[in-house]
Write a protein that binds this ligand. Structure first.
Ligand code: SAM
Length: 291
């Protein structure tokens, strides 16, 4: 078997391999690794699939944990089901990013969807996850309604007008190829790609460690959409645990969604979670200027 060269973000400590996420100055996260299953250098990033002790198999991009078998479903369900259920008649969905295919897998549970365009810049991520992260990519590769398009999401949305009912931005952190996915210019183009009653949602980082990203995202979206809702979930493998999502909508408000449309085959989201995830703690309300 090919011997995998360990990259700088793997450290050997007392004979054990650890993934060390150390891009922050004052906090480092260590994950104990059972095996580095693959290591590829794509034109965009280092793509690793690891098998870890507590988190199972994981996707790691440029040394940063993206999704894990232990808790990936929490993030994937929250970013997918909330917008698709809020929209009353979704047919065409766009995913920007989403290379692990977890979001596409959640969307494939909705029979009423006609097509899902998944625009991922890096084919290597999709190939690796379809091959080795099957618990997360699930049914996505077999669902003919899902179109895998290997392009830069920024360029893709530029010439799209009123095409989609729902757009989901499942991006990595705002560094490297994903940095521009957090820009106002991108959100304005994405807005144009939505139909008149469309909805978009993005992951807006940790409400504890990335307050400025969350606030900026919300403020930009409030300039362009009449309904903007921030919601949260706990995803243990992301720094700080608590994670935020921001939904923007022309017409449908998730607070009035018809929850009968929520599918039953989920591990995390249910009607109670759907209703409660929009209740925010005081510290978030304060910096987001929410009454
Ligand atoms: N759920 C995870 C999280 O929040 O960390 C990860 C989501 S998924 C792995 C993020 C994907 O966005 C990556 O596969 C990356 O290649 C893709 N991506 C980054 N920049 C992109 C761009 N400009 N256009 C399309 N996809 C992009």
């Amino acid at each position: 078997m090919e011997k995998i060269q360990l990259l700088e973000f793997f450290k050997i400590i007392n004979g054990e391999t650890w993934l060390v996420e150390d891009e922050r100055d004052n906090m480092k996260l260590y994950y104990r690794v059972k095996e580095v299953l693959s290591s590829k250098k794509s034109p965009f990033q280092h793509v690793n699939i690891i098998d870890s002790y507590d988190f199972g198999r994981c996707l790691v991009l440029d040394g940063v944990m993206q999704t894990t078998e232990l808790d990936g479903y929490i993030y994937n369900e929250m970013i997918s089901h909330i917008p698709v259920v809020t929209h009353q008649n979704p047919k065409k969905v766009l995913i920007i990013g989403g290379g692990d295919c977890g979001v596409a897998n959640e969307l494939s549970k909705y029979k009423e969807l006609e097509s899902v365009d998944m625009v991922e810049i890096d084919k290597v991520v999709v190939d690796e996850c379809v091959d080795k992260l099957t618990m997360i990519s699930g049914n996505a590769p077999n669902d003919e309604r899902i179109n895998f398009l290997f392009e830069d999401g920024i360029k893709f949305v530029k010439d799209k007008e009123k095409c989609y009912d729902v757009a989901i931005v499942d991006s990595s952190d705002p560094v490297g190829p994903a940095e521009v996915l957090f820009s106002e210019e991108f959100y304005v183009d994405l807005k144009k790609s939505l139909k008149d009653d469309g909805i978009m949602v993005c992951q807006s980082q940790s409400p504890i460690f990335h307050k400025e990203v969350l606030k900026r995202t919300r403020d930009i979206l409030k300039k362009h959409f009449p309904i903007v809702r921030t919601y949260k979930a706990v995803v243990p493998s992301y720094p700080g645990g608590m994670w935020s999502f921001t939904l923007a909508s022309f017409k449908y408000d998730p607070l009035n969604a018809n929850l009968e449309r929520l599918v039953k085959n989920t591990k995390y989201i249910n009607k109670d979670i759907f209703k409660s995830c929009f209740s925010l703690p005081n510290f978030m309300k304060e910096y987001l200027d929410i009454e």
